[in-house]
Write a protein that binds this ligand. Sequence first.
Ligand SMILES: [Ca+2]
Length: 284
Amino acid sequence: MFFASCFFQSGFCANYLSACQKVPDVYKELVKNLISDGFEKGFVCKIFSDKRIKFNPKVMPRKVTHKEAKLHYDIFLERERIDRARAFLKENKILFASVERDFGVPREIKAAILLVETDLGRYLGSSLAINTLSSMVVAKDFNAIRPYLPKEYNQLKSAQRKKIEKKLAKKSRWAYLELKSLLIYSQLNKMDIFSIKGSIFGAIGLCQFMPSNALKFGVDYNKDGKVDLFDPADALASMANYLRYYGWKDGLKFKGKLKVIKQYNHSTPYAKTVIKVAERIGSS
Ligand SMILES: [Ca+2]
């Protein structure tokens, strides 16, 4: 079918072939896999031959050595941040009330998650999600990422090395699924993939969803025909939709709340911080 259209539309064909030839070597196998998984060749080659496509081998070591529990969450309890969260809630009062009515998750919890995740939208990540996820997919070889690992990883025993190699393979497979979701998300919502910034692990939007969750839980709350997680209305409703799916309901006790919020980020210090921040936002 493709070659037939190539035959009749030689201009398109030439563009397509030259785009595929420009795909950097590091991404050739990835592009091949995406095409065999059903993505349209022209679409994938155009993206991966773009000058904005970068490979960052430092992404994967961060994923392998990341320790969530060590992060300092206390900063989110600072007065200045709580005040800003309260002001944000006030500015978006109608939206928060509407989402709370439709999904039943308290506005203070949502504001607290927004504060912790993206500082209320101030920090949405500095890299393009496509680059972060693609880099993670291909950076699965231990020797290739070795220079970027912390010193303690320099002299690993064979069993430890095997463990890391297994972890790399697993994270690479995970990143591939997320990359596919990101491509689908951008197509479905007609978003330019090069406009989608992400966290160091490829989470996107005000609510910092991984792309697979954007597809599963994303809500077009402002009814403009697309799920835009960079839009406060869609981001808040999607977040509430996610929390409701994982068991948020009225009357949850502390342990129940903790359990649901840990589905958002698998860290007890994170979940405890969100609850504390929400309490402070709500108290006058
Ligand atoms: Ca929308």
